[in-house]
Structure formats: structure tokens, C-alpha cells
Design a protein around this ligand. Structure first.
Ligand code: ZN
Length: 298
């Protein structure tokens, strides 16, 4: 047994986007924890070249442009009500909007800073870039030909497949275990979303790859001594988050106050990294519930 056990971690592009996009405190704490573990040489990243490429192609579009679009959509819908207001109310609204714009400048600046921190992490000496080679490409193509995960329906999933196979290749070549963390449950997970789909787990020999859909929990596993107390609270919060009790779509129950809710009447589309997500909100206790449903336009 070695004194210092370095853990190898691969973070999928969608999780990186999430880290950059979301507002503090949560993502801020997670990013800090990553930096801390890398600094303490407890952790190294495995970065398939394709993830680096996806990150570079999408960070501006899916983080900065996304935030700007969401903000201007909100402002435009507020501006619509101006014509119904008195001159006095109108000028008050203008005041509020200008304050809102100032706050939003800070939100963009913070997100830009998080992008730069992630850039730094991905290109540091603690990041092992896995270049795409013919072997990785042919194994990925094989999954496509056999119609296995992450390929599904008509979606082009070659990038997802290459990322997964790149991690597996790194693990085998270096005789290491790699934690593979993704938000992309639809392409990678089994019916129990915490588990890797059997199409893919069948490719593994031992524990070459540990699958995870929760970066916070994975970071907790890596080093409990260095583990941030705030992050622990975050996990507890996540694990004890209430969930809806479904009878059918027009008869669901709030997990907190047991009020009967209607899937349509008590929900609305709200901004989400994937686009707009259907969020159900309990009018009795204000608890919010995320659903799997994205706006059809996305
Ligand atoms: Zn409730």
C-alpha cells in the first residue's frame, strides 16, 4: 500500500458547464474543493482530449451567452408591462431594472472567473490529457454499431463514447482506477440512475472505472480529512431533499406538506443549463421540485 494514494477523476463536460454556470455558494464550494484536492496532490484529473475540446467550444456559448440571454428575456418580459404603468411607477421600474442590470454584471463577471479557474485546472500539470487514437475511436464506433449506450435513438453520441473509452483506456494503461462523473444520466446510466448502464459496465474488468452522477459525493469519497464542512452540509441537503409522491400526473403530492398538486397547474418552465425545465412548486409550503421535462424548444 502506498503512502499517498492519488485519486484519478474525470469530470464530464456537462458537469464542468454546470460548475461554471451556477451561482455561488454551492458551485463555488465544489470548485474550491477541487482546487484544494489538486493542490494537496490528493487528486489528478483525467481529461479526454474531447472533453477539453467540448469545454472550449461550449464554455462561452453555454455559460456566458446563456446567462446573457436568460437575463435579457427576463428584462424584456418585465418591460412589457411598462405601458400599463403610471409615469411615476414607470420610473421606479426603470430604477429597479438598472439595479438588476448591475447585479447581473456581477453574475457574468463571477461566471467568467469560474471559467478561468476551470481552464486553469484543466491545463495544469495535475491534468492527464488523453489524446484520441485509432484504438479509442474504433472501440467507440463498435458501441455505435452494436447500438449500445451511450448511443440511443438518433442522437449523435460519438463524443460521449469517446470520453468514456478514453477514461477506460487511461485506467488500463496506468493500472489505476478512474472516477467518471457525469450529469448525462440518459446516455450512461442504468434504470437505477446511480449505476452505469449494463451495456457499458460489461466492458469493465475490475474496478477500472467508478461511475458517479454526483460530483460532491465523489469528492467526499476522495478525501474525508480535507473534506469541506460546507460541502458535507451540501450532501446532506441533497440527500434529504424532498421528492414528489406521484400517483399520476394530475395527482401528485408535495413531499413536505402532503398537499395535492397538479403536474401542469402547479408548474412552470424555468431556466436550466439544459434549456428551460418544468419546475413544480407547492403553493402551500413553496417547496420546488425539478422534473425531467425540458421545454420542447430545447
Ligand atoms: Zn408543500
Amino acid at each position: 500500500m502506498k503512502w499517498v494514494e492519488i485519486v484519478y477523476l474525470c469530470i464530464d463536460t456537462d458537469v464542468l458547464i454546470f460548475l461554471a454556470l451556477h451561482e455561488p455558494p454551492y458551485e463555488e464550494i465544489i470548485l474550491q474543493q477541487l482546487e484544494l484536492l489538486l493542490e494537496a496532490s490528493k487528486l489528478e484529473l483525467v481529461v479526454p482530449y474531447n472533453i477539453l475540446d467540448e469545454w472550449n467550444r461550449n464554455k462561452e456559448l453555454k455559460v456566458i451567452d446563456y446567462l446573457k440571454t436568460t437575463i435579457s428575456k427576463k428584462v424584456n418580459s418585465i418591460k412589457d408591462i411598462k405601458k400599463y404603468l403610471s409615469l411615476e411607477d414607470y420610473s421606479q421600474l426603470e430604477n429597479i431594472l438598472s439595479k438588476y442590470f448591475n447585479t447581473m454584471d456581477t453574475v457574468i463577471a463571477d461566471a467568467t472567473q469560474r471559467i478561468e479557474r476551470i481552464d486553469k485546472i484543466l491545463t495544469s500539470s495535475k491534468s492527464n490529457i488523453v489524446n484520441i487514437n485509432n484504438e479509442i475511436l474504433s472501440q467507440s464506433a463498435e458501441l455505435a454499431l452494436q447500438n449500445k449506450k451511450p448511443f440511443q435513438k438518433n442522437k449523435n453520441s460519438i463524443g460521449d463514447a469517446v470520453n468514456f473509452i478514453s477514461c477506460l483506456t487511461f485506467a488500463r494503461n496506468n493500472n489505476q482506477t478512474v472516477y467518471f462523473v457525469t450529469n448525462n444520466k440518459h446516455d450512461f446510466s442504468d434504470t437505477d440512475q446511480r449505476l452505469l448502464h449494463s451495456d457499458l459496465s460489461g466492458l469493465l474488468n475490475n474496478e477500472e472505472l467508478i461511475y458517479s452522477i454526483n460530483l460532491v459525493e465523489t469528492l467526499n469519497k476522495i478525501d474525508t480529512d480535507l473534506f469541506n464542512k460546507q460541502l458535507e452540509d451540501l450532501i446532506n441537503d441533497f440527500n434529504t431533499r424532498p421528492s414528489l409522491v406521484y400517483h399520476d400526473n394530475s395527482d401528485i403530492e408535495c413531499g413536505v406538506c402532503a398537499k395535492h398538486l397538479d403536474y401542469r397547474k402547479n408548474g412552470t418552465y424555468l431556466p436550466d443549463p439544459g434549456g428551460m425545465r418544468w419546475i413544480i412548486s407547492c403553493p402551500m409550503c413553496n417547496t420546488r421540485y425539478e422534473t425531467e421535462e425540458l421545454h420542447p424548444a430545447y
